[in-house]
Design a protein. Structure first.
Length: 397
């Protein structure tokens, strides 16, 4: 079902004959390159094959003219333990998301654990346990950044210092616990930030028992690092309030699959009009009542490209480089020194689009032919996407 964080090293990997190389960088979303060179899980060269040192490769992959992009990052998930979610009674949801191109997931709180402790000692213990467990155990090879405590009344600064010292780097969604007032949240968010812990705030109507409405004024007062599911999870704030958040806050604008799709489009368009597309990141907010969406990030890319009329190569940056930079991750961008986490894609068979980007702009998700994490091939043709027109092949191993 899954495996421990493997010690396997990729050695030297050469990926050649790339037809389209998406960078993940909004400032230069498409690279003029057809070759990638990887050594022990890190990118060492990006360019034309004639200009790259391709000698002595342990693995050679012929991309066969397909698209290579950074592995997708799901900025908002709710894991529990291993590759199991009690929310939907499912096994294998993380591995299944890898078949949807997701190579990194970021926890917004392990809130679905049956009997989740809400006392301060218990919530800290759960966060540290989740952080350690997912650091040691990677379903499908996916990097799950977990251990995101839900803050509760009574916490003091030393609690955040203790969590940070133990390796916790995230807060679960502010508002899912007893802390719901803006002034209370602001103080704890500031303590977290002081100790290097990034915060996300719930936005919109209640999602699970115990959560409540978090309106625009609370979001602005709390000033968390990420405006979590700005399009609601599930229920959105009024569209005008969401656009006001985009304008008045400078924080991350997180748009999720399990939210209001009309407001998702409005938020993305507002970010473009405000000339701050670098603030937009994508998540699924799964597992949830809506279920698990292995193709959720790809579906968000296709929706925002087609219905918000944003070029597909830019929307792919929302799901990769934007998140990597905001979350300070060593992935999500195609450049030397970054993790060799890639998704190989091509237009789906029989799409109306003549190219991959055109097909996505028309609203179709691409077909995935291969996923690589840390330079290691994790799957070939995806079991979940429509079949890709062309798929890469491993020609030497």
């Amino acid at each position: 079902m899954a495996e421990a964080a493997a010690d396997a090293r990729s050695g030297k990997v050469v990926i050649r004959n790339i037809g389209l190389l998406l960078s993940g960088d909004l400032d230069r979303p498409i690279l003029d390159a057809d070759t990638l060179v990887v050594d022990d899980g890190l990118i060492t060269a990006v360019g034309k094959e004639a200009d790259c040192n391709t000698e002595g490769a342990k693995t050679v992959i012929d991309a066969r003219g397909t698209c290579v992009a950074p592995g997708l990052i799901d900025s908002h998930v709710h894991p529990v333990f291993g590759d199991w979610t009690p929310r939907q009674g499912q096994l294998g949801w993380i591995d299944s998301s890898m078949h949807g191109g997701v190579t990194t997931m970021i926890s917004a709180g392990e809130v679905h654990l049956p009997g989740r402790p809400k006392d301060i000692v218990g919530l800290k213990a759960l966060a540290i346990t989740a952080q350690r467990a997912f650091d040691n155990f990677r379903p499908g090879g996916v990097k799950v950044l977990a251990g995101a405590p839900v803050i509760e009344k009574g916490m003091v600064e030393s609690d955040f210092a203790e969590l940070a010292a133990a390796g916790v780097k995230l807060l679960g969604e502010v508002g899912l616990g007893s802390v719901k007032a803006g002034y209370e949240a602001k103080e704890m968010v500031a303590w977290a930030r002081k100790h290097g812990i990034q915060s996300t705030i719930h936005t919109g109507g209640p999602s699970i028992p115990g959560s409540g409405l978090i309106d625009k004024d609370v979001v602005l007062e709390a000033d968390a690092d990420i405006i979590g599911h700005i399009n609601g999870g599930h229920t959105a704030l009024p569209e005008a309030h969401v656009c006001e958040l985009c304008e008045k806050s400078s924080r991350g604008i997180e748009i999720v699959h399990n939210g209001n799709e009309k407001v998702a489009i409005a938020a993305a368009q507002a970010a473009m009009q405000l000339k701050c597309p670098h603030r937009v990141i994508l998540g699924t907010d799964g597992p949830a009542g809506s279920g698990v969406q292995p193709l959720g990030i790809l579906r968000m890319v296709a929706m925002l490209s087609s219905l918000a009329n944003i070029p597909a190569e830019l929307v792919f940056c929302f799901a990769t480089g934007n998140t990597a930079r905001m979350r300070q991750l060593n992935c999500g961008l195609i450049e030397p020194g970054r993790a060799a986490d890639f998704v190989f894609m091509d237009r789906a068979q029989h799409t109306a689009g003549r190219t991959l980007l055109e097909s996505v702009q028309l609203g179709d998700i691409p077909g995935i032919g291969m996923v690589m994490i840390d330079g290691l091939v994790r799957c070939g043709r995806s079991r979940n996407t429509p079949p890709a027109t062309e798929i890469p092949v491993v020609v030497a191993h």
